[in-house]
Design a protein around this ligand. Structure first.
Ligand code: AMP
Length: 414
């Protein structure tokens, strides 16, 4: 990733960090590689990620390692290992970094991509789900993502999902002919996935399938209703869809996804859900959890083009041999005071140097010639206003004198 893309990336990252910190989440950094079984156990053996998308390799001692395809499993593992998940207080962590999935690369879908995500561990109340979703929406807004659409569903829990799963598998078996070969394999292994196959035939076939909303138990129904009530009351717009299932097995109850406008086939900018049971499955106490992840590349795409703000404030132009040392010194002292500064390589004409200053979008150019040096002054050109200032330069004072003079002029950053 090269500038200016890399700079936009960093700018969006820092905006997202600010939002996370405003919600009082603290950063966790987990390793890029984990033991393979961590992902197999948490994401689910029959998911696309675990079945065919992980970058897995043997370590020298024969153990199997995998490049992390997502963040939640690692965060939960780390929290359990550090004994944080068993505290009384809820744990609020966010992460940011590269993830790896061996998917077919296309626009918005890469084999190495970046996620920013948050996890709220130790709360099962609907307000926690609402906080997560609000945080996700505020992250997207801070990143400038436009035309986003939030979709919610409840996937039920250990009480009510199994009967639904069975009903869906029955429906799939009865309508096998209308399903793609991949979905036919999924009927017994992971029937929920039949609902989000992109194949036209499968979509048509599954349109008549039973809906999770008819199977939710009273507790799940009440929980979901409360999540919606809180979100609606705080002005978060959403729709519900009984067809929203997510690609990771650990979700229970609330699942959500945000779609971005104008992104084409890969239009999910972020998603998440509740994962009560995951912490216990990874060796921790039986505490609940809810989280989300947003895909940075897609969020940036959804934000559209923005102008790069990578411009030097000051462009220093030495004219003639004698000036180059003074120019070097001046540039260094400006840089040391935090002024973004570019130094023209010597030997060019003033005209071509000014052209370069213009092209770089410099706010000011400082022209240092042998004559100027001898006369004890330099010329500061305001590139925007096309106006020149004469600056006094005490000989022997070095660059810091001039840096100070520029600052005094109120020029830099002005
Ligand atoms: P998931 O963990 O699958 O729910 O993904 C969360 C978010 O990460 C998605 O909504 C996407 O924005 C992003 N994402 C997932 N996979 C990829 C990929 N292969 N390339 C780019 N972004 C991705």
């Amino acid at each position: 990733m090269l500038p200016p893309a890399s700079e936009r990336f960093t700018a969006v990252e820092s905006r997202l960090r600010e939002v996370m910190e405003a919600y009082n989440y603290a950063e966790v950094r987990t390793p890029i590689a984990e033991r393979t079984e961590l992902f197999a156990r948490s994401i689910g053996e029959t998911t696309d990620i675990v079945e065919k998308e992980m970058y897995t390799f043997d370590d020298r001692d024969g153990s199997s390692l995998t490049l992390r395809p997502e963040g939640t499993a690692s965060v939960v593992r780390a929290a359990v290992e550090a004994g944080l998940a068993q505290r009384d207080q809820a744990l609020k962590l966010y992460y940011l970094g590269p993830m790896f999935r061996r998917e077919r690369p296309q626009k918005g879908r890469y084999r190495q991509f970046h996620q920013v995500g948050a996890e709220l561990i130790g709360r099962d109340d609907p307000m926690a789900d609402a906080e997560m979703i609000a945080l996700l929406m505020d992250c997207l807004e801070a990143a400038g993502a436009k035309d986003v659409e939030l979709v919610l569903n409840s996937l039920g829990d250990r009480a009510c999902r199994p009967p639904y799963r069975a009903a869906l598998a029955d429906y799939g078996r009865a309508h096998q002919d209308g399903l793609c070969p991949n979905c036919r394999l999924r009927i017994d292994r992971n029937p929920l996935r039949l609902l989000d196959c992109k194949e036209e035939d499968c979509r048509r076939t599954m349109a008549g399938a039973p809906s999770i909303s008819e199977y939710l138990c009273d507790e799940c129904r009440a929980h979901f209703a409360e999540v919606q009530r809180v979100l609606a009351a705080s002005g978060v717009r959403f729709t519900t869809s009984a067809r929203l299932v997510r690609g990771l097995d650990y979700y229970v109850r609330t699942a959500f996804e945000v779609l971005g406008g104008g992104l084409g086939a890969q239009n999910a900018v972020g998603g998440g859900g509740r994962y009560d049971g995951l912490v216990a499955a990874l060796g921790g106490p039986p505490v609940a959890g809810v989280g989300f992840a947003v895909g940075l590349e897609r969020v940036i795409m959804a934000a559209g083009e923005t102008a790069s703000d990578h411009h030097p404030e000051v462009f220093v132009i030495p004219l003639g041999e004698g000036a180059s040392l003074a120019a070097f010194e001046l540039a260094r002292s400006l840089r040391r005071t935090g002024v973004r500064c570019e130094l023209e390589a010597g030997g060019r004409s003033i005209k071509s140097a000014m052209r370069r200053a213009d092209k770089l979008g410099a706010r000011y150019a400082v022209i240092l010639g042998d004559e100027e040096l001898q006369a004890g002054r330099a010329t500061l050109r305001d590139m925007r206003r096309q106006a020149d200032h004469r600056l006094a330069l005490r000989l022997g004072g070095g660059g810091s004198e001039l840096a100070e003079a520029i600052r005094e002029l109120g020029a830099v950053g002005g």
